[in-house]
Design a protein around this ligand. Structure first.
Ligand SMILES: Nc1ncnc2c1ncn2[C@@H]1O[C@H](COP(=O)(O)OP(=O)(O)OP(=O)(O)O)[C@@H](O)[C@H]1O
Length: 321
């Protein structure tokens, strides 16, 4: 079952394509990460999928309906959480939701039930009568997600839902998103810059210059990169490097942290190295490929917004100190 399908989607602003022949298939009930550098076309894609912007060319279906031909049907089945907050700060949490319920045309009773259930789901019930002005950024985000879910959408779109949140609040937002998929079977389509967040997704598409450059589960994408990074500190790095080259066919690069190697399935090889190297191994650090490596491989860019930053030998080597 497919919740979102896009084929050859284009969006032009003037003569420049912001989305440039994008193809996408999002399975129903998945948390799907849409990852890309600034200006890659993420928001423009979301705007087309949510019927806010008409595609210049190509087609897209959401929840089984064509976004250009049947926009009203699509809108009835989706929820949206925008990058910028659109809550009314002078209203309470419940009043904000009631306003949205009225916009969606819910009956009084349906509105009361939906508001109670969404406040519960987002752990906001105790704050239902509190004006949003008194909410922290994280609570506001949760209320926006609750609002996006009010009309029981089958697909929820979130455009960078955790921008500006601290690490603890980001983790809480993700916990709630995963719960939505688990308990309600909703498809969650989320754009992010944060590679650690992308690890929470069932599948990821990396978009660059308006096109999907790679797609798959986080594990699939990392396995394409293949080799693990290993740093070995020995009693005699020079001799160890010679043995690694001659006997194991592994080029080793001397660094201030030790010898750096790239090997597949390092965990299986390292015990052998320790016994057969003929040099005492003092310390070993192994780092599997990360989504940073995947991103770099496909876009030539490191995502610097990632809280850990791009991985370097220096910060891998820190494990040795
Ligand atoms: N209204 C607009 N008019 C002209 N150009 C636009 C408009 N909106 C976006 N663009 C351009 O289209 C391209 C894609 O922008 P978009 O906002 O979709 O990227 P994004 O991946 O969401 O970026 P970010 O991560 O910074 O939000 C960019 O080059 C941007 O400058």
């Amino acid at each position: 079952m497919t919740a979102i399908r896009a084929e050859g989607l284009y969006a032009y602003y003037g003569t420049a394509p912001a989305v440039n022949g994008l193809d996408l298939t999002v399975p129903t009930g998945s948390v799907y990460g849409f990852l890309g550098p600034n200006g890659a076309g993420k928001t423009t894609t979301i705007n087309m999928l949510t019927t806010l912007l008409r595609p210049t060319a190509g087609r897209a279906e959401v929840a089984g309906f064509d976004v250009a031909a049947r926009p009203a049907e699509v809108r009835r089945r989706i929820g949206i959480v925008f990058q910028e907050s659109t809550l009314d700060l002078d209203l309470t949490a419940a009043e904000n939701l009631r306003f949205q319920a009225d916009l969606c045309g819910l009956s009084r009773r349906a509105s009361r039930d939906a508001i109670g259930s969404m406040l519960d789901l987002m752990d906001l019930s105790e704050r239902r009568r509190v004006p949003v002005r008194q909410f922290s950024t994280g609570l506001r985000r949760r209320l926006e997600i609750a609002r996006g879910l009010l009309a029981e959408p089958s697909v929820l779109f979130l455009d960078e839902p955790t921008t500006g949140l601290d690490a603890q609040t980001r983790a809480a937002v993700w916990e709630h998103l995963e719960r939505l998929r688990r308990e309600r079977g909703i498809t969650v389509f989320v754009t992010t810059h944060q590679l650690d967040e992308a690890e929470h997704c069932d599948r990821i598409a990396i978009i660059d210059r308006g096109k999907v450059v790679t797609e798959g589960t986080p594990a699939d994408l990392k396995s394409v990169i293949g080799a693990d990074l290993v740093v070995l500190r020995t009693d005699d790095d020079q001799r160890a490097a010679a043995v690694l080259g001659d006997r194991f066919g592994l080029p080793a690069e001397p660094t201030p942290d030790g010898l750096l190697l790239r090997v597949e399935r390092a965990a299986a090889l390292v015990p052998r190295l320790c016994t057969e190297l003929g040099v005492t191994v003092r310390e070993v650090a192994i780092a599997p490929p990360t989504l940073d490596d995947v991103f770099l491989h496909h876009t030539g860019l490191a995502i610097r917004e990632s809280p850990t930053g791009p991985r370097t030998l220096g910060n891998l080597g820190e494990g040795l100190r």
